[in-house]
Design a protein around this ligand. Structure first.
Ligand code: MG
Length: 309
């Protein structure tokens, strides 16, 4: 199986080689999307959900049933995650909100404005172990009618937000991104990572992932560049139990894998622009990768970071 490893992976470090089980390979699971984003695995129904952003729908893939439509229209959904109760939390460009899907299937608004001004178009989201919802709010869904509805920004800026579902408070936690996009916590939740894809519309804007210290569970301090990859752009990313970061590059570099120290240790080759990834499967060791027209997966010797208890 040497050849398939060489075909599907670039190994830059022994730590990445150790993540690849014998015979590891990238598998294409399904195709037919226009812009695949926002994968999330639901253990309760053993399926992967993801957004087909430009086709305004969400899809569902499972080993036994293959691909079906989960929600259509989806209000141009993008990033997805699960909250502490396993409920689906979704970023929607169309309604410019973060929504939650209740157990009975009802979709409710979690948050859609900051002090009376509408959000731009929430892009990606994670839920911390205290239940707070952290999300990015770049303007991709309002720049044109391609993946939302063209409109002016009411905020005039692109923030990273923290929403407390108990108090209802929405706080700006970062205000100096061009276009904040991917977001994820380290396994101990003491570090938050956020990518900037502003170079998609502003040549020369940063192409990096920044790391922050999370102070008191609600503020960000100590901003630093975790990985710089200009002119590439890392869209979304997820983190494994050892703190390695797996970033989907919508500029064609596949999934780049970084150590917790920010060293690039390997690459998973994907034959089209990748956007995001999510761990799942019955044993949690399958990395699902959304990439433009298709959904891919690869089994790894690792699993998703789980929230601290
Ligand atoms: Mg994104």
């Amino acid at each position: 199986m040497e050849s398939s490893v060489e075909a599907d992976f670039e190994v830059h470090d022994a730590r990445f080689a150790a993540l690849l089980p014998p015979g590891a390979r990238v598998e294409k699971l399904t195709t037919g999307t226009s812009w695949a984003e926002g994968p999330v695995y639901r253990p309760d129904s053993a399926c992967l959900l993801w957004s087909d952003v430009r086709n305004n729908r969400m899809l569902r893939w499972s080993e036994d049933r293959g691909t079906t439509v989960f929600r259509e229209p989806s209000d141009f959904s993008n990033g997805n995650t699960l909250d502490l109760e396993g409920r689906l939390v979704t970023c929607e460009h169309g309604r410019r909100r973060v929504s939650r899907t209740e157990a009975d299937g009802t979709v409710v608004t979690v948050v859609d404005n900051y002090r009376g001004r509408r959000l731009n178009s929430p892009n990606d989201v994670v839920v911390r172990s205290d239940g707070a919802i952290w999300f990015t709010d770049p303007p991709y869904g309002i720049l044109s009618n391609d993946e939302g509805y063209q409109a002016e920004s009411e905020l005039g800026a692109n923030y990273v937000f923290r929403f407390d579902p108990v108090s209802g408070e929405l706080d700006i936690v970062a205000d100096d991104f061009h276009m904040p996009n991917g977001i994820a916590f380290s396994p101990d939740e003491r570090t938050l990572y956020v990518s900037d894809t502003g170079a998609s519309h502003s040549p020369g804007a940063p192409c990096h992932i920044r790391a922050f210290d999370v102070a008191g569970g609600r503020r960000l301090t100590g901003s630093r560049v975790f990985a710089d990859f200009a002119p590439g752009r890392a869209d979304g990313f997820r983190i494994d139990t050892n703190g390695n970061l797996y970033a989907g590059f919508n500029t064609g570099e596949g999934v780049q894998v970084y150590s917790p120290q920010g060293e690039r240790i390997g690459r998973i080759r994907i034959p089209e622009p990748a956007s995001n990834c999510a761990f799942g499967g019955p044993r949690g060791n399958r990395l699902f990768i959304t990439a433009s027209t298709s959904l891919y997966s690869v089994f790894l010797n690792t699993t998703a970071a789980t929230r601290p208890s």
